[in-house]
Ligand binder design. Structure first.
Ligand code: B1M
Length: 231
C-alpha cells in the first residue's frame, strides 16, 4: 500500500503513532492534525498524544537535522506540522488543568527563534493551572524586565536552544541582581543544550529538562513560597 492510500482511522494505535512519527519529517500538518484528533477520539490523554506521537516525531527530525540529512526548510515544515497538533491539544491540556497555581512569564532569549519547546512548556504550565504570559522569541533583557514589571509574575521562565544564546540567560539574571529584583522571582531555565550545572552556574533557581519537569519544579517552588508566606 502506498502512503497515499493509508487511511489513518483504520490503523491500530501503535501503527497510527508510528505513522505520526514520520509526519513531521514529511511536513504533513493535516495528517498530524487528523492523527491527533483520532487519538483523542480513541480516549488518549492529551499529554500522551503530545509526548508519544508529536514530541517523539520531532525528535527524529532533530537527529537528522543534526546529522545534515534535513535542512532548515524541511525543519520549518516539521515545526509547522508539530504546531498544528499542538494547537488541537492546547485547549485540552488546559481544560484538564487544576486551580490557579501562580503566574509565569516565559520567553526565548535574544538571538534565538526556537519556540516549540517553550510553547510546550507554556501549554503544560497552563494545563497545570498557571497563568502564562508568553513573550515569544528573541527577547532582550529590556523586554523581560518590562514584562516582569507589567505582569508581576511568580516565575520567570527562559528558553534557549543554541549554545550561542544560552549565555544570554546569565545577562538577564545578572541584570535582575543589579536592580535588586532577583529575589522577587523564581527563575527557571530550559532548552536542549542546557544542563543542571549550567543552571546553577548562571544563578537560576532550577534547570528543567522538559515541560513535565518544568511543571513539577514550578509547583514545588510555589508550594514553598506559599508555606513561607503563611509561616
Ligand atoms: Co534549530 N538548532 N537552528 N531550528 N533546531 C537546533 C537547536 C540544533 C541542536 C540542531 C542541530 O544542529 N543538531 C542546532 C543548535 C546547535 C547548537 O547550538 N549547539 C540548531 C541550529 C544550529 C539552528 C540554526 C543556527 C540553523 C541555521 O540557520 N543554520 C538556526 C538558528 C536560528 C536562531 O534561533 N537564531 C536554527 C533554526 C531552526 C528552525 C527555524 C528551522 C527550527 C525552529 C522552529 C521553531 O522553533 N519555531 C529549528 C528546529 C526545529 C530545531 C530542532 C530540530 C528541534 C527543536 C525543537 O523544537 N525540539 C533542534 C534539534 C534538537 O533540539 N534536537 C535544533 C522539540 C522541543 C519539544 O524540544 O526545544 O528541547 P526542546 O524543548 C524541550 C526542553 O528542552 C524543555 O522543555 C521542552 C519540552 O519538553 N525546555 C524548557 C525548552 N525550553 C524550556 C524553557 C523552560 C523549561 C523547559 O523554562 C522554564
Amino acid at each position: 500500500m502506498s502512503d497515499d492510500e493509508i487511511i489513518l482511522s483504520e490503523l491500530s494505535d501503535d501503527e497510527l503513532v508510528l505513522q505520526m512519527h514520520d509526519d513531521p519529517y514529511d511536513g504533513l500538518r493535516e495528517e498530524i492534525e487528523e492523527g491527533v484528533n483520532i487519538l483523542i477520539a480513541r480516549g488518549w490523554a492529551p499529554y500522551d498524544a503530545l509526548t508519544k506521537a508529536l514530541v517523539a516525531g520531532m525528535t527524529i527530525v532533530g537527529a537528522d537535522f543534526r546529522d545534515g540529512i534535513l535542512f532548515v526548510p524541511e525543519v520549518l515544515l516539521a515545526a509547522n506540522a508539530m504546531k498544528g497538533g499542538m494547537a488541537i491539544l492546547k485547549p485540552l491540556l488546559i481544560a484538564t488543568g487544576a486551580p490557579r497555581m501562580g503566574k509565569m512569564v516565559i520567553g526565548t532569549v535574544k538571538g534565538d527563534i526556537h519556540d516549540i519547546g517553550k510553547n510546550l512548556v507554556g501549554m503544560m504550565m497552563e494545563g497545570a493551572g498557571f497563568e502564562v504570559r508568553d513573550l515569544g522569541i528573541n527577547n532582550s533583557v529590556e523586554k523581560y524586565l518590562e514584562a516582569l514589571e507589567a505582569e508581576q509574575p511568580d516565575i520567570l521562565g527562559m528558553s534557549a536552544l543554541l549554545t550561542t544564546t544560552m549565555p544570554y540567560m546569565k545577562v538577564v539574571i545578572d541584570t535582575l541582581k543589579e536592580k535588586g529584583m532577583r529575589e522577587d522571582y523564581i527563575v527557571l531555565v530550559g532548552g536542549a543544550p542546557l544542563n543542571e550545572e549550567f543552571g546553577k552556574a548562571i544563578g537560576a533557581d532550577a534547570y528543567c529538562r522538559d515541560a513535565a519537569v518544568a511543571v513539577e519544579t514550578a509547583k514545588g517552588f510555589m508550594m514553598r513560597k506559599h508555606n513561607r508566606a503563611s509561616a
